[in-house]
Design a protein around this ligand. Structure first.
Ligand code: HEC
Length: 105
């Protein structure tokens, strides 16, 4: 077993046994992984929204889902956003929308 694999399995084991999040082994919040592609522009946990980009934190969940759908289907025009959301499945969009709507603005 390589040391990287060992470290990974140790980390997973600690995560399983530890259960609750603490500062050392922070449990990812549901949707955090999916939203990682959006962080650079729209911010996230402990990450500010980029300049000139809309802040998604605390927005209404349904609004977020609708907006993603609209960009994907080009009812709302933004080449950047079209490319980011058109590859996402409907369940992924829901998970991301849940994630952002739960964050404080
Ligand atoms: C490279 C920067 C960038 C990335 C990465 C990015 N976006 Fe965007 N996003 C934008 C820009 C620019 C706009 C404003 C577009 C417009 O004019 O409608 C926007 C707008 C939005 C809006 C509408 C916000 C509002 O207030 O109406 C949503 C929802 C959104 N993005 C979701 C996402 C999601 C989900 C991801 C990740 C899968 C993502 N974006 C990744 C740049 C980005």
């Amino acid at each position: 077993m390589t040391s990287a694999r060992l470290a990974l399995s140790t980390w997973m084991l600690v995560g399983l046994i530890g259960g609750c999040a603490d500062d050392e082994v922070a449990q990812a919040m549901p949707g955090e992984r999916e939203a990682a592609a959006c962080y650079g522009c729209h911010g996230g946990i402990d990450r500010a929204t980029g300049r000139n980009y809309p802040n998604l934190k605390g927005l209404d969940r349904n609004y977020l889902i609708e907006s993603m759908r609209d960009y994907a289907e080009k009812r709302r025009s933004s080449p950047i956003m079209h490319s980011f959301v058109s590859g996402l499945s409907e369940p992924q969009r829901h998970v991301i929308a849940n994630f952002y709507s739960e964050l404080d603005r």
